[in-house]
Structures are given as C-alpha cells and as structure tokens.
Ligand binder design. Structure first.
Ligand code: DC
Length: 231
C-alpha cells in the first residue's frame, strides 16, 4: 500500500476488539509507525506496582510526583514492537492480570492522561502514524485524516482476550477475563475525562462476526474511498 502524503490514522475501540492487531498490520503495509497508547497507560501502572515491589500500588500523589522520571520508549524489532520503561523491556510484564486490575483506574486520572497525551501528540507530529487507544480520534489526534472505531460484544472480546492469554501462558479463567472486560468497559466508558467515545467523523466497524482479514479489508476499502491511499 502506498500513501502519497503521509497521514495519521486513529483506531479507537473497547478492549480486545482487535485494534492492536489491525493497527500493526496497517502500519506494516504503509511503512508507518505503530503507537500502542494502551501500552503507555500499562507502563505507568507497571511503574506504580514495581515501586512497591508488586505488593500493592503506589499512592497516587507519589505516582504523580514521579511522572517526570518515567521514560517510555518503543522500539521496532524483528520480533515485533518492544516497549521500554526507563530502559527495562516491559513488553510481556504489562500484559499480566495484575496490571489489568489497576490500569483503568490510573487511566482515569487527568494528570496521567495529560502526561501521556502530550507524548502521543509529539510522536504523531511528523505524520505517518497508526495510533490505537480509546481517545485518539476524539482527544489525542482530533485532526487525524482517518479514524476508525471498532466495536464488538463483550462476550466475543473476552473470548479473544482469553485465547490470547492462554497462548501467552497466562492462566486466567474465561469467567474472570469476562468480568475484567466488563469492569474495564464500565470504567473506560463512564470516566469524566476522555471516555471511550466514537469521534463524530470516525468510520465504525462492528467486528463481532468478522475475521481480522475481513476487518482489514473494510479498513483498506475505506482508506481507498478517502482517496488518500493507493495500492
Ligand atoms: O488497550 P489496552 O487494554 O492495552 O488499554 C489499557 C487501559 O488503558 C484500558 O483500561 C484503557 C486505557 N486506555 C485509555 O484510557 N486511553 C487510551 N488511549 C488507551 C488506553
């Protein structure tokens, strides 16, 4: 796929709608940079847990004071994208259930959001970025030339997350994954700041009954219809 002039592509949606798989694939085809903003909120959560040796989470005021000490970096490798926190590869650790348990609460904090949104906007300054998250089309990149919003039932999303975790060797029951998905949906959609919401100009895709290939094809068609991308 070729994009004559580089653009920014925003992909928003609830947990386990396939956002990151699709964003990675789009970025690869277009030779764009992929930015997983959920991983950034997870990195902050990892930091807050690590500070207390993973026994409990750091007090919020202490965490907020420590934010300037956090250096989050992405690196593309043959194995895929790696995320570093202050030089430590945390790519696997941020997917653990302990992180899932706390991340939505920290993601509802205005100061943490501001700290990360500024970094996300800086990464996208030169265009050529595919960014996924919850507020990319509405808050982070409201002027993105292309926006997607993915939705699916909570049961199918929990099933997908459960299978992903099993493959990664994370042992959590389907029931527990579903409860966590429902809990995070509630927090993400009802928080005061930047709740999960479709941007008015986003192209919505219900992925419940579609395979990843079928969703990707819809995205490709939409990009062509915008006249920005040629193949
Ligand atoms: O996509 P994910 O499951 O890795 O996201 C982790 C958490 O971070 C999830 O609770 C939603 C939150 N998040 C957010 O509030 N805003 C974003 N742009 C990305 C993620």
């Amino acid at each position: 796929m070729i994009s004559e002039n580089k653009i920014n592509i925003a992909i928003d949606g609830a947990a386990a709608t396939g956002k990151s798989t699709l964003a990675k694939r789009l970025a690869k085809e277009l030779y764009y940079i992929y930015v997983d903003t959920g991983a950034m909120y997870r990195a902050v959560t990892y930091f807050a847990l690590k500070k207390n040796s993973f026994s409990n989470i750091l007090q919020l005021d202490q965490l907020l004071k420590s934010l300037p000490d956090l250096k989050i970096e992405f690196k593309s490798t043959a194995k895929g994208q790696i995320i570093f926190l202050n030089g430590e590869d945390i790519s696997n650790a941020i997917r653990y259930p302990e992180i899932n348990l706390h991340v939505s609460t920290l993601a509802s904090n205005a100061e943490i959001r501001k700290f990360l949104v500024i970094q996300q906007q800086q990464i996208a300054l030169n265009k050529g970025v595919v960014m996924d998250g919850r507020d990319i089309g509405t808050v982070v990149l409201p002027h993105a030339e292309c926006k997607f919003f993915l939705k699916a039932t909570s049961e199918i999303r929990a099933q997908r997350r459960y299978e992903e975790q099993q493959k990664a060797g994370i042992d959590e029951s389907y029931h527990s994954v579903l409860q966590n998905v429902l809990h995070r949906d509630r927090l993400d959609a009802t928080r005061d700041i930047s709740p999960l919401k479709k941007a008015f100009d986003a192209f919505e895709i219900d992925v419940t009954k579609l395979t990843i290939d079928e969703v990707f094809e819809k995205m490709r068609e939409y990009l062509i219809s915008l006249g920005i991308i040629t193949f």
